[in-house]
Design a protein around this ligand. Structure first.
Ligand SMILES: CC(C)(COP(=O)(O)OP(=O)(O)OC[C@H]1O[C@@H](n2cnc3c(N)ncnc32)[C@H](O)[C@@H]1OP(=O)(O)O)[C@@H](O)C(=O)NCCC(=O)NCCS
Length: 235
């Protein structure tokens, strides 16, 4: 079994990471409920229509999941979809993924940390863990959808190499940034760094810039508001 030890930002604190299996499904479902009781904003994470199916799919057939344990207790978990084209959630990424089958797309499917263990670097570690795993599996790109209100995830994903490449509003009214990671090539190249700064919640402006070949690269939090910086892609 794959065992790793992570060290949190609080130097006296450690967690153990291990790959989860189908027998962990109930523990993961319980953890998801516990984590979703306390959200910084209600839009940050929405339960799946079928929680069990989502969890079990990512414990076997459609992906892989890892648990973070402290003193034997599951305090966080993270899931990776290995092949988006084979998974039910493909529709979320339809404007992002290349449909001609020449690229293998996966997704950072979920990370949930129980409230007492937040801000100790677990999501940061979960992003790195899944990027490494996906690269080893030959995945070329990874997508992830994030609420414009989810400051923690936006900050973590953009600072770990993700870039905003789309924005979608679904039938139920939710808006999500589409963030992509390149697993193979180092990064998208930019011409003259023409920077545009957009308030996180100005959906129309994000949409316009993305249509004009801009990519969201960084988040700036002023303490009052947060902004995404965009740069224009080459070509
Ligand atoms: C979002 C979530 C996974 C973050 O997990 P976490 O382990 O607390 O995140 P990390 O400790 O790795 O965060 C590292 C960095 O992210 C940023 N960050 C974390 N929490 C933040 C917050 N509440 N506001 C702004 N930035 C934040 C900071 O830059 C932080 O570094 P710092 O502590 O040095 O400032 C966790 O809050 C959670 O489970 N939320 C509910 C479910 C959810 O939203 N899942 C993700 C869906 S995309």
């Amino acid at each position: 079994m794959d065992l790793k030890t992570g060290v949190s930002k609080q130097s006296d604190h450690r967690w153990i990471t291990r790959q989860l299996g189908l027998s962990d499904a109930n523990a993961v479902i319980a953890l998801r409920h516990q984590a979703l009781k306390e959200l910084e904003h209600h839009d940050n994470y929405v339960m799946e229509d079928d929680e069990r199916k989502f969890v079990e799919d990512h414990l076997g057939s459609a992906g892989v999941s890892f648990g973070f344990y402290d003193n034997g207790c599951l305090v966080a978990y993270t899931a990776l979809t290995l092949d988006l084209c084979a998974a039910d959630t493909e529709y979320e990424y339809e404007h992002l993924i290349n449909r001609d089958g020449t690229e293998k797309w996966g997704a950072l499917a979920a990370t949930l940390v129980v409230p007492e263990y937040r801000r100790r670097g677990i999501q940061h570690a979960a992003i790195k863990l899944r990027l490494d795993y996906a690269k080893r599996c030959g995945t070329e790109r990874l997508g992830v959808t994030v609420s414009p209100y989810n400051q923690a995830s936006l900050s973590n994903l953009l600072s770990n190499g993700g870039s905003i490449q789309g924005i979608e509003t679904y039938d139920d009214g939710r808006t999500r940034f589409l963030i992509a990671f390149e697993c193979r090539q180092k990064s998208v190249s930019f011409g003259i760094p023409e920077q545009v700064i957009v308030p996180c919640h100005n959906v129309n402006l994000h949409r316009r810039l993305l249509a004009e070949n801009y990519i969201g690269k960084r988040i700036i939090n002023t303490g009052v508001d947060s902004y995404i910086t965009y740069a224009r892609k080459e070509g």
